[in-house]
Design a protein around this ligand. Structure first.
Ligand SMILES: Nc1ncnc2c1ncn2[C@@H]1O[C@H](COP(=O)(O)OP(=O)(O)O)[C@@H](O)[C@H]1O
Ligand SMILES: [Mg+2]
Length: 411
């Protein structure tokens, strides 16, 4: 796996278009000559100087990290802030450890990202993995099982990080691990029906060991360990862990507790609104009630909650991210010399349709795909035209508005 890839255009490092590391952000020569990029990312610094040291985070601030996240992740400001600070501190912590030897040890702050499905949890981790010059591995807790059962050993998430670190033990030991769908390994309790053949508790215990910090034997290639294989030893003490989960049903647990508290300690009756999201008031007792073991919760020091995607955010997600769906479709169409335009009313309707599906912003892709498929199938017939997607088209998929253009090529 090559570790050097431009965080903007994703091209690999090459002799003709070298990828530089600057302020913790990887950028290729071509992209750097783009004025806007230069302004946002690099502020007129000369990048043609020697490459930054991989762990040299001195020129990046938490604010810079958040700004970089902003390019891809819409809204969720609180979570982005917490995450940026935690990742920044992680860097500070591991770089300090080498430089000064004193008794003040900075503790690491693992994070739990809590938010409805399709609100950007995985996207945040993916975005960081894109531009941070620190190895990041994203794993899915659903696939994990206790050692000895069919499925993936917990150690495999370390193997994945080792691979992301280009098989460099030192870099691995300072990397970041994102464990997605952590709620899926909740202990099965009577009041929730999750069918897992192997209890999640054993997996939680196994994860705990790694998160607490231990020396783990991994097989470099992943997969099951067998006796004649060589091991690599990885100390997980300085690895930063970020866990994410939708915690379906947690809202009811929180509401329950809030309702009880009000009756028990406070004469003023607080009304609990059934439709409201109370994730921001979560505490560790709620997570325990949900089926997470206390020791694991105790190791996830920061809880960052994400908001549900509302219509305005949905609209922004369609339009604003650097690689937004609308931009992607416009690019695909432009390759066949077709200009694609969306009326605002059409976009609003698409956003509403996505909200109705209740899977967060994840719904957008399927909706857009369904909408554009016929147009893409007949793309050659539209060459030289501008297609305007109207609200009517979103409603009944009749012909879109066509405008003949005179210009020959648009890209
Ligand atoms: N806040 C957001 N900003 C931009 N895009 C988003 C956001 N939330 C979700 N999306 C879109 O929805 C998709 C699914 O989001 P994801 O991060 O995987 O959700 P989850 O919170 O369930 O992990 C993403 O790939 C992205 O396209
Ligand atoms: Mg996810």
């Amino acid at each position: 796996m090559s570790k050097k890839e431009c965080s903007i255009c994703h091209c690999a490092d090459s002799a003709t278009n070298p990828v530089y590391s600057k302020k913790g952000i990887l950028i290729c020569k071509n992209c750097f000559s783009n004025e806007e990029v230069e302004r946002i990312f690099l502020r007129n610094d000369n990048i043609y100087e020697e490459e930054d040291n991989i762990l040299n985070f001195n020129n990046v601030s938490p604010k810079d990290l958040k700004t970089a996240l902003d390019e891809y992740v819409i809204g969720q400001d609180k979570a982005k802030k917490l995450l940026s600070v935690a990742v920044y501190n992680h860097y500070k912590r591991i770089s300090q450890e080498e430089a000064v030897e004193d008794d003040v040890e900075i503790f690491k702050s693992n994070i739990l990202l809590l938010g409805p499905t399709g609100s950007g949890k995985t996207l945040m981790a993916q975005t960081f993995a894109r531009f941070l010059d620190v190895p990041i591995a994203i794993s899915d807790a659903t696939s994990l099982t206790q050692a000895g059962y069919v499925g993936e050993d917990v150690e495999n998430i370390i193997t994945r990080l080792y691979q992301a670190a280009d098989y460099d033990i030192k870099r691995t030991q300072r990397g970041i691990i994102f464990i997605d769908e952590i709620d899926k390994i909740a202990r099965v309790s009577e009041n929730r029906s999750i069918t897992r053949d192997v209890s999640g508790e054993g997996v939680q215990q196994a994860l705990l060991k790694i998160i607490e910090g231990s020396v783990v034997n991994i097989s470099p290639q992943g997969g099951r360990k067998h006796p004649h294989q060589e091991f690599v030893q990885i100390d997980t003490q300085n690895i930063l862990f970020i866990c994410g989960g939708a915690f379906d049903g947690l809202n009811d647990i929180i509401k329950n507790r809030l309702g009880k508290n009000v009756l028990g300690f406070n004469s003023e009756k607080k009304t609990i609104n059934n439709d409201e999201n109370y994730f921001h008031l979560v505490d560790s007792s709620d997570l325990m009630n949900y089926g997470m073991i206390p020791e694991l919760i105790g190791r996830l020091h920061i809880i960052a909650t994400l908001d549900e995607i509302n219509q305005e955010a949905m609209l922004n997600i369609l339009l604003k991210p650097k690689n937004s769906l609308i931009k992607q479709y416009q690019k695909i169409f432009a390759l066949d010399n077709v200009e694609l335009e969306f009326e605002e009313a059409a976009l609003r309707l698409i956003a509403q349709k996505a909200i109705d599906r209740k899977t967060g912003a994840r719904a957008l892709r399927a909706i857009m795909e369904g909408l554009m498929i016929d147009l893409m199938f007949d793309i050659k017939d539209y060459s030289g035209y501008k297609i305007v997607i109207t609200k009517d088209f979103v409603l009944n998929k009749k012909q879109p508005m066509l405008v003949k253009r005179r210009k020959k090529k648009i890209i």
